[in-house]
Design a protein around this ligand. Sequence first.
Ligand SMILES: NC(=O)c1ccc[n+]([C@@H]2O[C@H](COP(=O)([O-])OP(=O)(O)OC[C@H]3O[C@@H](n4cnc5c(N)ncnc54)[C@H](OP(=O)(O)O)[C@@H]3O)[C@@H](O)[C@H]2O)c1
Length: 208
Amino acid sequence: MRIGIIGAGNIGSALARRFARVGYEVLLSNSRGPQTLTGLVQEIGGPVRAVTAAEAAASGEAVVVSIPYGRHRELPAEPLRGKVVVDTCNYYPERDGHDPDLDEDTTTSSEKIKAHTEANLVKAFNTLPAATLRDGGRPKGDPGRLAIPVSGSDEEAKAVVAGLIRDIGFDAVDAGTLSQGGRKHQPGTKVYAQALNAAELDALLRAE
Ligand SMILES: NC(=O)c1ccc[n+]([C@@H]2O[C@H](COP(=O)([O-])OP(=O)(O)OC[C@H]3O[C@@H](n4cnc5c(N)ncnc54)[C@H](OP(=O)(O)O)[C@@H]3O)[C@@H](O)[C@H]2O)c1
C-alpha cells in the first residue's frame, strides 16, 4: 500500500512513522515543499519520501489529510476526487477562523472537506493526541490496545481505513456516516481525546 500524507505536523508525522514501520510506502508532504522535510524523512527512515502535496494526492492509493481545517480549500482537489481520503482534521475557530456553517452546525468539517475534494472521505485519527498515535499502538489482544472511531458513507472506504488502523496497532470502531457518525467524534464529544478500548468507545458512540 502506498499512502500519501498531506500535512507533516504532529499527526501527519506520527502516522508517517507508524505506516513506515509496518512497511507501507509513504509519500509525505506539507505546504512549504519537500525540501523542508529532508530532516524529518531522514529521521523516520524506511520507505518514506518527501513530495509535494499534489504528488501525495496523485500517487497515494489512499491519502491522509492532516492540516489545519481552515486551510482545506488549498487542498489539490482534482487528484483527490473519488479517492479514499482519511480526514484527521478538527475545527478550532480560534486557529482556523470562524466558519458559519460549522458554528451553526448545519454541516461538519469533514463534509466541507469532502465537498471541496469530492473524495471518498473517511473521518479517522482525529480523536487521539499525536503522541498516542505515535507511541500507543499495541498488538491485537493486548489489554492496553486503544480504539479509533471511523465514520464515512462508503463501507469499502471505511474497511480500507480500518485496515490501516489495525496495522498500526489500534482497533477501529465504526461510528456511522460522515454526517451523523462524524458528529459523534468531533471536539467536545464524550469520546474526544479519550483513551478508550473498542468496547468502551463503541458504548460511548452508541450513547451519543
Ligand atoms: N495535534 C494533535 O494531537 C491532533 C489530534 C487529532 C487531530 N488533530 C487535527 O489534525 C490536523 C493536523 O494537526 P497537527 O497538530 O498535525 O497540525 P500541525 O502540527 O500544525 O501541522 C500541520 C501540517 O499541515 C501542513 N499544511 C498546512 N496547510 C497545508 C496545505 N495547504 N497543503 C499541504 N500541507 C499543509 C503544514 O505544513 P507547513 O508547515 O509547511 O505549512 C504542517 O505540516 C488538524 O486539523 C488538527 O486539529 C490534531
